[in-house]
Design a protein around this ligand. Structure first.
Ligand SMILES: Cc1cc2nc3c(=O)[nH]c(=O)nc-3n(C[C@H](O)[C@H](O)[C@H](O)COP(=O)(O)OP(=O)(O)OC[C@H]3O[C@@H](n4cnc5c(N)ncnc54)[C@H](O)[C@@H]3O)c2cc1C
Ligand code: SF4
Length: 525
């Protein structure tokens, strides 16, 4: 196995998988390392017991909570990372999210790049990840002047029951809109359509590989190029450095320690994984960890304040198969409803009784769970949490990952729940069962290596290169200076495409031809 490369990408999730695809056409020798393996295509992909009760495909990581108790986080170390089992809701952050936003319990800082810097990459990301949606239906989509194109595909169809709920919400004064979703669905040609809009998508791996994830839309396409090599089961344990250079990537592969070298090293291990790797790579020259002279690595961890809501209509059953089609953003920005932003709401995948089981006390009998599942419309309510230096990933003296995280801005979330539940009661859902998401649900982790121009309070520069190193980039969810209340993946993908453009130019400066983004992503993957 060759050990010298032009580029090494660590991680194949939304950031790393997208980056591998974006750089593949440069012809550079690219090594992609992932600690995980492919998820096998097997019946268990679509088993609710396997996915929701046994935690199939989940990592065996054990981390410590703020009190020092061990917990098993919702982490997926697989080719495609978290996107293999994600719910594929792919939304852009609002223009306002890039600015300084005042909240109930503080403010979320402005990003040093604006919406217009991300807009062309959002468009490319939506094409690459096959997003279905409809512009100008989301009331918080205020900056429509920036968006000149439509979604690549029409919105996914609502079931009859969800269409009914959408109409009721409209009558109650809300403006529900089609949730932008990344799946390879073609209603015009059912024979060709890889996606069958089944009932096991959100939280499952797709047996048909029809979900737009970082494997199908990133790694699989990258591997069409002979210059790209993927090595699975390769856990990167530390980065070696000398001065401002990463000199080697040390990985454990099949129990053996191997060193790989490259001119450019890109960490994309997820927000917690990348912070962990940098902290673990401390040396005498970088005693607090790599890129951590400012003590910012691992800090400002965010994850959203999230509550599931089972809205039960006692009379009307909900036979919906594919439910994740509707969203509500009427509470997203300050309005007459609230002086401060409250958050975002969307439907989850239809929860079968087995999926509900972990959310209820063990003594709730199966027949009751089945009845609840048959009558419930299942919502996901999420609000922005704010970056705080003390919310952080750190390593204990024994080298264990500790997640020091305490939720903040909870008033916004309480108010979101109160107002949305009021509307649901009004439209015929008398029984509303809330399930707050515990710390182990780190699905939307971000912010541990934020980008900015000031090395004193950021880890990465605006190209996502470490301030303190000349050849280290981080392109997963770590770079977020604030979380917004929107699901993170489309922004991670768009950013990876943006940084890839920068890297193409950087490498072109060394004699390689630069690629045009439109040419690169205008193709049908
Ligand atoms: C159940 C669930 C549902 C979700 N639904 C949505 C949704 O609907 N919409 C949305 O926008 N987001 C959703 N998310 C979140 C989304 O999956 C993440 O935001 C996204 O995957 C993060 O991308 P990333 O590149 O930061 O990291 P990841 O996708 O987590 O990728 C990190 C990769 O790095 C690898 N890795 C880690 N450490 C190492 C190491 N030391 N050496 C080698 N490899 C390493 C991992 O194996 C993994 O492949 C969901 C997540 C979950 C868990
Ligand atoms: S809904 Fe489509 S993309 Fe999702 S799991 Fe089913 S077939 Fe796959």
């Amino acid at each position: 196995m060759q050990e010298n490369y032009d580029v090494i990408i660590i991680g194949t999730g939304a950031g790393g998988g997208t980056m591998a695809y974006a750089l593949a056409e440069t012809g550079k020798r690219i090594l992609v390392l992932d600690r995980g393996e492919y998820i096998p295509r097997e019946k268990a992909n679509w088993s609710p017991e396997a996915a929701y009760i046994q935690g199939a495909y989940r990592s065996s990581d054990r981390w410590l909570d703020p009190t020092g108790d061990a917990f098993e986080p919702n982490q997926y170390h697989r080719v495609g990372g978290g996107t293999k089992i994600y719910g594929a809701a792919l939304l852009r952050m609002r223009a306002e999210d890039f600015g300084n936003l005042q909240h109930y319990e503080g403010s979320s800082p402005a990003w040093e790049l604006g919406y217009s810097d991300f807009a062309p990459y959002y468009a490319a990301a939506e094409r690459l990840y096959k997003v279905h949606g409809q512009r100008q239906t989301d009331p918080s989509e205020t900056n429509t002047a920036e968006i000149t194109d439509g979604y690549p595909a029409a919105p996914l169809p609502h079931s009859d029951r969800i269409q009914q709920v959408a109409t009721q919400l409209q009558r109650a004064g809300l403006q529900p809109f089609p949730l932008p979703m990344g799946v390879d669905y073609d209603p015009g040609n059912q024979q060709r359509s890889p996606c069958i809009l089944c009932d096991t998508c959100d939280g499952y791996a797709c047996l048909l590989n029809a979900k737009a994830d970082a494997q199908t839309c990133g790694i699989d396409l990258a591997l069409r190029y002979a210059n790209v090599t993927l090595m699975t089961g390769a856990k990167v344990e530390r980065l070696h450095s000398a001065g401002r250079q990463i000199t080697a990537v040390e990985a454990r592969v099949n129990g053996q320690v191997k060193l790989f070298r490259a001119e450019i090293v890109i960490a994309a291990c997820g927000a917690i994984g990348s912070a962990d790797l940098l902290l673990r790579s401390a040396t005498d020259e970088h005693p607090n960890g790599l890129a951590n002279g400012s003590d910012q690595v691992g800090r400002n961890l965010m994850r959203h304040n999230v509550t599931k809501l089972y809205a039960i209509d006692l009379k009307t059953p909900n036979p919906t198969v594919f439910q994740k089609t509707l969203a509500v953003n009427d509470f997203y920005l300050a309005s007459e409803r609230s002086p401060y932003p409250l958050g975002h709401v969307h439907l989850m995948g239809k929860h079968k009784w087995q999926m509900m089981q972990p959310d209820f006390p063990k003594l709730v009998p199966q027949p009751l769970l089945k009845w609840l599942s048959a009558h419930s419309v299942d919502w996901w309510m999420q609000s922005e949490d704010l970056p705080e230096a003390n919310n952080r990933v750190r390593l204990t003296a024994q080298g264990q990952v500790q997640i020091d995280y305490r939720p903040n801005n909870l008033k916004a979330h309480q108010e979101l729940k109160r107002q949305f539940k009021q509307v649901l009661r009004q439209i015929g859902f008398p029984l509303l069962l809330e399930v707050p998401m515990p710390l182990k649900v780190l699905n939307h982790q971000c912010g541990t290596c934020r980008f900015g121009t000031d090395p004193a309070n950021s880890v990465l520069d605006l190209n996502c290169k470490a301030h303190e190193l000349d050849n280290l980039y981080v392109v997963d969810a770590s770079f977020f200076p604030s979380a917004s209340a929107i699901n993170p993946t489309l922004t991670i993908v768009a950013n990876a495409l943006r940084v890839a453009d920068h890297l193409k130019q950087r490498m072109a400066g060394k004699g390689q031809e630069s690629l045009n983004l439109q040419d690169a992503f205008g193709i049908d993957g």
